[in-house]
Design a protein around this ligand. Structure first.
Ligand code: KG4
Ligand code: ZN
Length: 341
């Protein structure tokens, strides 16, 4: 079977063709970073308009690169949750239209489950059951994953997501958007112990949650004391920026690693899968590897190309097809964030 997968949950317009044996025939990602850069974050209305312009060329290109024609498709999968309403709708309408025109089944993809499935896909190994850590621009969630479609939320951020904190702190340090890669670059020259920033909940063994808004405020107050209105005029020299970036990154990494391994202890699981844009972070990957080796945990981190949003991870649709789970053409988008209620 050839499955077209479509991803438009946030600001990446992506399509891929995968087979039911998990071969990846093509992958196309049109990034919108350049459109959102001057705002320092994703502007939902700009994102949905850009998806509208790009979705058909991106789908055409994915099918062309796979060496297929439209008639060769056997199913279309689309991420319909979670995400930005206007963005989700563009992918969903494109997917439904193709299913209607070609008379093939529609498969719904949960974008967060897909981020974890990227580990299954890239490793070529069975990774379930496992603990799943998703660290992205919108989510910092820990799951008990009994199977690819069987996720139970164990903990989540109560305010900012890790990627969001990277983006906001980068903006304070006047580093370019997206903030994660910029902070990582600046941090290479910095001292991670230069500033002692807060690590919320880290020593609370009863909580598998995260909080990054206090950390963000601590960085701001380090740059300029509370109440300063002239924040933008404060000069930071490159070594200060490097130290602030490294110390901030270390605090985030401590929390992510600490809680992921707490979840492993709590669930008794010996396998950790990590996905989402922040999983591209070299320092996080190194610390996870160290800790996993020390504790004898099987660790799977999505490869860089599958950390940030892409359609290849939509191959999780194969699991739904195997389980006989296809959708009617009135499938709805479920926008928003997946948080603990
Ligand atoms: O998964 P993703 O592409 O989109 C969402 O579903 O949110 O994640 C995007 C987030 C952004 O906040 C970006 O700053 C962050 O991932 N990110 C990183 C790195 N690369 C991307 N954060 C830290 N280090 C990186 N190398
Ligand atoms: Zn994502």
């Amino acid at each position: 079977m050839n499955i077209l997968t479509i991803e438009t949950t946030c600001d990446e317009t992506a399509a891929a063709v995968v087979t039911d044996r998990l071969a990846v025939l093509s992958s196309v990602v049109a990034s919108q970073d350049a459109l959102h850069r001057r705002f320092g974050g994703v502007v939902p209305e700009i994102a949905s308009r850009a998806h509208l312009e790009r979705i058909l060329p991106v789908i055409d290109e994915a099918i062309r690169r796979a060496g297929l024609a439209l008639d060769d498709l056997d199913a279309v999968a689309v991420a319909n949750t979670p995400g930005l309403a206007g963005s989700l709708l563009v992918g969903l309408v494109a997917a439904k239209t193709l299913c209607l025109a070609l008379d093939i089944p529609l498969v719904a993809v949960n974008h967060l489950q897909a981020h974890i499935y990227a580990c299954r896909l890239s490793s070529g190994q069975e990774v379930f059951p496992c603990v799943g850590l998703i660290v992205s621009g919108g989510h910092t969630n820990l799951y008990r994953c009994d199977g690819p479609l069987d996720f139970e939320l164990l903990g989540a951020t109560i305010d900012d997501a890790a990627g969001e904190a990277f983006d906001k702190v980068a903006s304070m340090l006047r580093l370019p958007y997206p903030g994660g890669p910029s902070i990582e670059r600046a941090a290479r020259e910095g001292n991670p112990a230069a500033y002692r920033f807060p690590r919320s909940f880290l020593h609370d063994e009863d909580r598998m949650d995260f909080s990054f808004s206090g950390l963000k405020t601590a960085v701001r107050y380090t740059i300029a004391g509370p109440g300063r209105q002239d924040f933008d005029s404060i000069h930071l020299d490159p070594s200060q920026v490097a130290d602030l970036a490294a110390s901030f990154q270390e605090a985030v990494v401590d929390c992510l690693v600490g809680k992921a391994f707490l979840a492993l202890r709590r669930t008794g699981s010996g396998t950790l899968c990590v996905g989402g844009g922040v999983a591209a972070n070299t320092r996080l990957r190194a610390r996870l590897e160290q800790e996993a080796a020390r504790r004898g945990v099987r660790l799977f981190v999505a490869p860089l190309s599958l950390c940030t949003d892409n359609a290849v991870m939509g191959a999780i649709a194969v699991e739904r097809l195997k389980a006989g789970r296809t959708e009617p053409l009135d499938l709805e988008a479920c926008p928003g964030l997946e948080r603990r209620s």
